[in-house]
Design a protein. Structure first.
Length: 120
């Protein structure tokens, strides 16, 4: 994965929204719903594919571009939510990783796909 610093893109996203007077539509509820819709559109690309086919999708330029477009839409809505809630994504991820490390100790979860409450 190449580095992507959303802090550099956030002002562009904000300007894009401001120029179109769309902030009035960007309630947290609407942004969360839009994020969910875009995530579903990403999922739709993989619908009916086998595991093997899904792991080869980056070799198909058209499908890879579609995935890229949906990921960009997801990132835009995520960025808008972060902006409106004044959340630092890096800090939130670090906090969540720490929480997940406690829920999923290596000794119980390595090579295991069970949810944390089914591990012990």
């Amino acid at each position: 994965m190449k580095n992507a610093d959303l802090r550099n893109l956030a002002p562009e996203i904000e300007a894009f929204v401001h120029e179109r007077d769309w902030d009035q539509f960007h309630s947290l509820k609407n942004l969360a719903m839009a994020l969910s819709v875009e995530a579903s559109e990403l999922l739709e690309i993989f619908q009916w594919m086998s595991e093997s086919e899904s792991n080869q999708i980056s070799k198909d330029p058209k499908k890879k571009e579609k995935v890229e477009e949906e990921l960009a839409d997801i990132a835009v809505y995520l960025t808008r939510i972060l902006q409106k809630m004044d959340i630092n994504l890096e800090e939130a991820i670090a906090k969540k990783l720490k929480s997940n490390a406690a829920k999923y100790p290596v000794s119980l979860s390595k090579g295991n796909s069970k949810k944390y409450d089914d591990l012990g």
